[in-house]
Each structure stands twice: as C-alpha cells, then as structure tokens.
Design a protein around this ligand. Structure first.
Ligand SMILES: CC/C=C\C=C\CC(=O)SCCNC(=O)CCNC(=O)[C@H](O)C(C)(C)COP(=O)(O)OP(=O)(O)OC[C@H]1O[C@@H](n2cnc3c(N)ncnc32)[C@H](O)[C@@H]1OP(=O)(O)O
Length: 310
C-alpha cells in the first residue's frame, strides 16, 4: 500500500517545470576538471568520483606558486561538474605534502611589490587572501571532499586538510602545524578551522604554539582523522569505498547536507535551523525523495536508484 502511495505521488511529482530545469543544468554543466595542471593530477577512478592528487612528488608536493592557483581552478571546475558527486584528495610519492614551497615563498610573500609601506601592505593582504582561497574553495565546493594523508602533512597541508569534509590517514602519517617554526602565524585556515575540527582547545594551542609532530594514533584519538589504515594502498581503497557510498546517495541530499553542516558549524542552532528551513523549502520538492523512499520501501540499495545529475 505504502509503495503504491509513493508511486502515485512520484507520478504526480513529474511537474511541468522539469524540462526547464534540465535545460538550465545542461547550460551550466561542465566537462570536469580537465585543465592541464602542473601540480595536480586529476582522474576519475569510479563513477561520479573525482580524484585530485597533489603531484610534485620529487619536491614532496611542496606548494609552489602554480599550486596556489591551480587548486582554485580545479575546485571551481569540480563545483560545476555535474558528473562529479564526491572528491578524493591525496598526495603522490613519499608523503602527502611538505607544505608551502619554501624556495618560492621568498619572492612573492617576503618581498611584496609596492612603492611604500601602505602599497606593499595592501598587495600583501591581497596575496594572503588569494592563498586563503586555495583551501576555502574546498569548503565552498558543494561536493564532499575526502582527504587521504600518508607520511608527512606539514604546514599548508594542515590548512588544506582542515577544509576537507572527511579525513583519513595511514599509520605512518604525521601532522605538523609548522608555521611557528618558520616565524609566522599560520594564516590560511589552520588557526580558524582546527579548533572546530578537534575538540580540545588546549591541544590545538599546544600544536600551533610548539609545532610538534602529531602522529596517526593521536590524530585519530583527538578526532582530526576518522580512520587510520595500515598503508596507502589500503587507505585509497577505503577512500574509494567511502566515496562510492556517498556518490550512490541523492546529490541533492548530499550537497545540501555538506552546505548545512558547514553553515551550522559557524552559526547558532537557531540560525542553522532557520537556514535549513529556507534550504529545504525548495530542496524538499526534489524527485530524489520519492525515488529514495520508494527504493527504501522496496528494500533496494540507494545504489540502484538513478538520480539526475546535479
Ligand atoms: C601565505 C602563507 C601560506 C601558507 C603558509 C604555509 C606555511 C607552511 O607550509 S610551513 C611548512 C614549510 N615546510 C617545511 O618546513 C617542510 C620542509 N620539508 C621537510 O621537512 C621534508 O622535506 C619532509 C617533508 C619531512 C620530507 O622529507 P624527505 O622525504 O627526506 O625529503 P627531502 O629530501 O627533505 O626533500 C626532497 C626534495 O623536496 C624538497 N622540499 C621538501 N620540502 C620542501 C619545501 N617545503 N619547499 C621546497 N622544497 C621542498 C627538498 O628540497 C628536496 O629537493 P631536492 O631538489 O631533491 O634537494
């Protein structure tokens, strides 16, 4: 009986605005993150899954000038790619990343352009904001991002992973808020996001003020990562399995969940509930609810439900 009710509701839900919506989607759909990047390798290992690999292994994936721009281009393309429902980020070679490229840093950041202090300061501010966007773009991307860390994750690496939605690591992974060791206060996300990721403010302060290494067991126990794998191969297999589970769900539900979780993290419960109500006053009208409910009633897996692209 319940199945019949859902079927009938689903038939009724095929309302006349759908062709218009498809046309808008067709106009905005992009081919995916295909630009020839020099510091990133982008692949599509499974249906609806995009894998972004930091790819400067001979320099331990140190973040050079090209990297700071390419991440923004890559994630801007992914955000619009209706064939992508979930992203995996990992590092090629021996480690995840050695953080900012220290040889590149001297030019741009330490010798800002400008005729006087005001102009140099203004240019430097713009540059720092640009570097911040390199990781904020991950958080702004509506597709969930799973990051898989092996070996070292230093400095800018911690900024990067705290902007991701799910963090995995290998047993040999270690994390270091290194900035204090090179004479600067971390300025591209760690100080803002790490306290929201791990529960202990005292631990955040300790890590950021001493620059000490944190190893995988402690990263798991404090909540920085949700799973630890014996090695990189097992971790990438685990990341793909997790990505497959996310990709199988309604993209309307998944993207709405990511956006509302981040909004709620930064607002009061009352504001979060208000935002949610406004969000769902349109999103509850999706066909995906009827499709998912029907599959649940028929004891089918969400993997069997053909959701439209988003
Ligand atoms: C607006 C500001 C925005 C962001 C700021 C971010 C701040 C930070 O990121 S602070 C962190 C800076 N990073 C470091 O201090 C790490 C330095 N590197 C290491 O400690 C080690 O390389 C390692 C990551 C532990 C890996 O060790 P190992 O596997 O033994 O490799 P190496 O032999 O040391 O290096 C191989 C190769 O890579 C080059 N390299 C490594 N790290 C960097 C780097 N950060 N910048 C530039 N180049 C790096 C190293 O020089 C070697 O190059 P060769 O040409 O082979 O000599």
């Amino acid at each position: 009986m319940a199945v019949a009710v859902i079927r009938s509701a689903f038939r009724k839900s095929k309302v006349s605005w759908l062709p218009g919506l498809s046309a808008v989607r067709a106009m905005s759909a992009q081919a995916g993150a295909t630009a020839p990047f020099s510091t990133l390798s982008v692949s599509h290992p499974a249906n609806a899954v995009t894998h972004v690999e930091l790819h400067r292994p001979e320099k331990r994936n140190a973040m050079n000038r090209a990297f700071w721009s390419e991440m923004v281009d890559c994630f801007s393309q992914i955000a619009l790619d209706s064939d992508c429902r979930v992203v995996i980020v990992s590092g090629a070679g021996k480690v995840f990343t050695a953080g900012i490229d220290l040889t590149d840093m001297a030019g741009q950041l330490l010798q800002p352009e400008g005729d006087d202090v005001a102009r140099m300061s203004w240019n430097l501010r713009r540059l720092i904001a640009k570097y911040q966007e390199t990781f904020s773009i991950i958080e702004k991307c509506p597709k969930p991002v799973v990051v898989a860390v092996h070996g070292a994750c230093v400095g800018g690496g911690v900024d990067l992973i705290t902007a991701c939605d799910i963090r995995l690591c290998t047993q040999d992974a270690w994390f270091q808020v290194k900035e204090v060791d090179i004479g600067l206060a971390a300025d591209v996300g760690t100080l803002q996001r790490l306290p929201k990721v791990i529960g202990s403010r005292s631990l955040v302060n300790e890590l950021a003020l001493t620059g000490r290494n944190m190893y995988s067991d402690e990263a798991k126990s404090c909540g920085l990562v949700s799973r630890v794998f014996p090695d990189k191969e097992a971790m990438i297999a685990g990341a793909l399995e997790l990505a497959g589970e996310i990709a199988a769900r309604s993209p309307v539900a998944v993207q709405g969940t990511k956006i509302n979780l981040i909004y709620s993290r930064d607002h009061s419960v009352a504001e979060g509930l208000d935002y949610m109500a406004t969000w769902n006053m349109s999103m509850l009208q999706t066909q995906d609810i009827m499709k998912s409910a029907q599959a649940a009633m028929e004891k089918k897996s969400p993997k069997e439900v053909p959701f439209s692209k988003l």
